[in-house]
Design a protein around this ligand. Structure first.
Ligand code: FAD
Ligand code: SF4
Ligand code: SF4
Length: 410
């Protein structure tokens, strides 16, 4: 089956006024429908709140329907690559030959956004800038120029209300949009896509896990890094260390295994502790890093539209096939037990474990699977303990199959 490339709205009868034309955004600060599980994706800050019941990733999971509408089919659970990384027609690793200074990695995402505008593929790019006062406070925007896209480069590692900008679409003249976003934002966007005033939508997804509120980020930085207020960039990298960059250019690394787990156990947002859309199932193209070797980016093309996005920059990339090495299972199982006991290891032990895991542990796609297994098992446990009523409906089939490979404590 061919993907539905337009997903146009079903024709409305002339008498019907679409629900979003009658709805109003919710008041900021009010309790949103997903309550404590809300990831503040922004849908409820727009008139498309009218569809929240069926669109919110935390009220109603619809992976199969989303994948089928966006890619023409749902993922093949018997295929290990699709089980883990979602519907795909191609996976590769890449670097921009001329990296963009200040980007999160080499800046492939920003470059695609720039080229999409320069070539006239789209009229605007939904991306996330930062507030003038605080580098980590996200400010979603509809960028109309390459400069605006570039100024949104680098992660704002906090929950971002990306979909609030849908409110700006009516009357804007924007008919073709490239939306950049993380899984929960894309799930809601795909659900309301048929009702948006657009002729064409392209979706460039980021993998995402362990996101935090701005306050949660402060707690994380204060318990982890030497000078929390000067951090301008950080990433959990494939060498099992967190790499922090400070405003004076100084690099600092902290081993994963040395994190203050007792303090950090509750720092991640409840939405992210109940999320199973790590690899952004609904995007046309996903650009992350965790399935690539250290220093490279990892791309999953899900459908022809994703390839169209990649075509915009492929000649500027140094590309290579994906690779995989090592065995993740034992490390994941040990991690489940260590996390559950919330142990903080002495730094020298953490460094020693890190040394061995980096040399002999999972690499490439196996590292991606290590991270997915670790987060899905942790999140299943969190959900079971905190929202037992949601376990049945909320954990998608692909995640269940992955989780069933491990022993979870009660
Ligand atoms: P850049 O060119 O620097 O562009 C970054 C883009 O991210 C910008 O266009 C901006 O609009 C967008 N953005 C920034 N902050 C947010 C936000 N809060 N919400 C939505 N969009 C945002 N990749 C993995 O492989 N594994 C992970 O575990 C992982 N976790 C992530 C967690 C978060 C919160 C985010 C935002 C990204 C995560 N990524 C992860 C993706 C990865 O860190 C890079 O963003 C991606 O590889 C693109 O790098 P780049 O240099 O091409 O991006
Ligand atoms: Fe609304 Fe998004 Fe929160 Fe769900 S996650 S309640 S759609 S803002
Ligand atoms: Fe959304 Fe999941 Fe990322 Fe949290 S981890 S911000 S819920 S995609």
């Amino acid at each position: 089956m061919q993907p539905d490339t337009t997903l146009r709205p079903a024709p409305l009868t002339s008498a019907a006024t679409p629900p979003h034309e009658r709805a109003k955004p919710l008041a900021k600060g009010s309790t949103y429908p997903a309550k404590d599980l809300c990831s503040q994706c922004g849908l409820c800050d727009s008139r498309w709140v009218a569809y929240v019941k069926d669109s919110c990733a935390f009220l109603h999971q619809r992976f199969d329907a989303m994948e089928t509408a966006a890619h023409g089919r749902s993922r093949d659970l018997e295929n290990e690559d699709e089980l883990y990384f979602g519907v795909q027609q191609r996976m590769l690793t890449a670097r921009l030959q001329q990296p963009i200074a200040g980007a999160q990695w080499t800046g492939i995402v920003s470059r695609i956004g720039v080229r999409a505008l320069e070539t006239g593929l789209v009229d605007a790019v939904l991306c996330v800038g930062q507030s003038e006062e605080d580098r980590f406070t996200p400010v979603p925007r509809l960028a109309r120029t390459p400069e605006e896209v570039l100024s949104a480069r680098v992660n704002k590692p906090t929950l971002s209300p990306n979909l609030e900008v849908l409110e700006q679409l009516p009357g804007s003249g924007i008919k073709r949009l490239l939306a950049i976003g993380v899984g929960c934002q894309i799930q809601a966007l795909r659900a309301v896509q048929p009702t948006l005033p657009l002729d064409e939508l392209f979706v460039l997804g980021l993998p995402c896990v362990d996101n935090v509120s701005r306050q949660g980020l402060q707690t994380f930085l204060e318990s982890t890094v030497s000078s929390p207020n000067t951090v301008v960039h950080y990433e959990f990298m494939q060498d099992f260390r967190i790499h922090f960059r400070h405003s004076d250019g100084r690099e600092e690394t902290v081993p994963f295994f040395g994190l203050d787990t007792p303090k950090l156990k509750n720092v991640f947002a409840p939405s992210c502790l109940s999320c199973f859309d790590y690899t952004n199932a609904g995007a046309d193209l996903v650009v992350g890093y965790m399935g690539a070797s250290f220093g490279r980016q990892w791309l999953t093309v899900r459908n022809p539209k994703g390839q169209q996005l990649l075509d915009l920059v492929e000649a500027e990339l140094d590309t290579a096939p994906v690779t995989s090495a090592g065995q993740r299972q034992a490390a994941v199982q040990q991690g489940i037990e260590a996390y559950d006991k919330a142990v903080k290891l002495p730094l020298w032990v953490a460094n020693l474990i890190g040394f061995f895991v980096e040399r002999f542990g999972p690499k490439g796609l196996e590292y991606g699977r290590f991270s997915i297994d670790s987060h899905f098992t942790r999140n299943a446990l969190w959900l079971r303990r905190n929202h037992p009523d949601k376990v049945e409906e909320h954990i998608p089939a692909f995640a269940r199959r992955i989780i069933s490979r491990y022993r979870l404590p009660d």
